[in-house]
Design a protein around this ligand. Structure first.
Ligand SMILES: Cc1ncc(COP(=O)(O)O)c(C=O)c1O
Length: 442
């Protein structure tokens, strides 16, 4: 390729896109060039309603002036600060604010830059915690089928999305999985936590019996499984996991990378369900997706065990060059301010009923086999085409884009998780568009 070609912004070949059908996309690209509030603008100048908050992250809506201002002014004053042995005051301020958002006693905050890094961090903190208490044999992790915990080796090992694992074969050793909670025969078309399946939490008890509690460090679940296609937990399930984990001195990790920051109308799913884990992983909504940031909120007793028992001056040999990056920190502080000052979590909570009503009214739309809603999340499951699982929802995604609506798809499930600033009229646009698109889809 000559230099002129390599400078041509329309060359699509070089970018190896993540989790994307590269060949299909490059043949018919869907490009966005700007974003504001509830909308993206496509390259051909159309307004596209953001039905998925980007990738479940733009909770405050796009290009929020407070956040944009915080990012640009910080980039001018403190472009980078090393956090190993040095600090910058805003990082501590952010940690203190986050400590008030997460449930007690999760008041010690470790910063990373993504959900995947947050998950690896939580797993490593769990190992360090047990080791610090003389229980170095507790090294096993328990995840759940259909769980998504990012793409690091830790995350794919505890994760349970088959395609994300089987291409690579090698995982962390000693990991086991509980069964997933999807039970459409008993729970079809429900809102909020589903009625049946609390007993599936007893899988943890069975795995303790199989492996021995003295080998298990932590159990990790998404309180609402998102990426696999929206699976709210069975009523009583998270409570039961909490009890079993406590009984066997196993740390309970809630991966709140998508449920955190208002997605369910509360700061966390832990608050929504009234169940407090020992560690929470977060990312995405902490900066409303504007600048990469993730992290872990750890219970104070975990921090104390690791820090107080440390035989070395540095207590935890873990961290990232960009942990609490000043620009990300500023973005997060401004995002939290926007959430509070503009009552965004409250807006999400107030709209939960209307959101559920509108989506459940799609029950009779073409191909729909199940609808699950909770907070501002909806999963619309479609009957698969014979011999081509996923093809129908993929077509729906493309047709919705053509009609001005961005949605996510996983297999034959369409997932929606809009910015928390939406209105009832926006909900109407989403469901009307989907109904029309389903009717046109083969
Ligand atoms: C529950 C959960 N954990 C972890 C991740 C990974 O986050 P990231 O893509 O920022 O690494 C995601 C991303 O969707 C997620 O939904």
């Amino acid at each position: 390729m000559d230099r002129e070609d390599s400078m041509n912004p329309n060359t699509l070949e070089n970018y190896w896109m993540p989790f994307t059908a590269n060949r299909d996309f490059k043949a018919d690209p869907r490009m966005v060039v700007s974003a504001e509030g509830m909308y993206y603008t496509s390259e051909d100048g159309r307004q596209i309603m953001d039905g998925s908050a980007g990738l479940w992250c733009a909770n405050a809506g796009h290009s929020h002036p407070l956040i944009v201002e915080a990012i640009s002014s910080t980039a001018k004053t403190l472009d980078f600060a090393p956090m190993f042995n040095f600090g910058h005051p805003e990082a501590f301020r952010l940690a203190a604010q986050l400590a008030t958002l997460f449930p007690d006693p999760l008041n010690r905050i470790f910063f990373a830059n993504s959900g995947s890094e947050a998950v690896d961090t939580a797993l490593k903190i769990s190992l360090a915690y047990h080791k610090a208490r003389g229980k170095a044999g507790k090294t096993r992790f328990i995840g759940r089928e259909r769980g998504y915990h990012g793409v690091g080796f830790g995350g794919i090992s505890v994760g349970g999305i088959v395609a994300n694992r089987k291409q690579f074969n090698t995982h962390l050793p000693g990991v086991d999985h509980m069964r997933h909670t999807h039970d459409p025969d008993r729970n079809r078309f429900t809102r909020g936590a589903v009625s049946h399946g609390a007993e599936l939490a007893d899988d943890l008890e069975r795995l303790v019996a199989l492996h021995g509690a003295e080998t298990i460090a932590a159990v990790i679940v998404e309180p609402v499984a998102g990426s696999t296609g929206v699976l709210p937990p069975p009523q009583g399930y998270l409570e039961r996991l909490r009890e079993i984990a406590t009984k066997h001195d196993i740390l309970l990790i809630f991966d709140e990378v998508i449920t955190g920051f208002g997605r369910l109308g509360r700061a966390t799913a832990s608050e929504y369900f009234g169940v407090t884990p020992d560690l929470i992983t977060f990312a995405k909504g902490v900066t409303s997706g504007t600048i990469p940031m993730g992290g872990v909120a750890a219970a104070q007793f975990i921090y104390d065990a690791v820090v107080e028992n440390s035989e070395t001056p540095i207590e935890l040999f873990h961290g990232y060059t960009y942990s609490a990056h000043p620009v990300a920190t500023a973005a997060a502080l401004a995002t939290l301010r926007a959430y509070t000052e503009e009552g965004m979590f409250e807006n999400a909570a107030n709209l939960e009923q209307a959101w559920g009503d509108a989506f459940h009214a799609l029950k009779d739309a073409a191909y729909v086999t199940d609808i699950r809603t909770i907070g501002l999340v909806a999963g619309v499951e479609l009957a698969s085409r014979d011999g081509a699982p996923g093809a129908r929802a993929y077509e729906v995604m493309k047709r919705a884009w053509a009609k001005g609506l961005m949605v996510r798809v996983t297999g034959d499930i369409i997932a929606l998780s809009p910015p928390l600033i939406l209105s009832e009229a926006d909900i109407g646009f989403m469901t009307d568009t989907l109904r029309g698109v389903l009717a046109e889809t083969a």
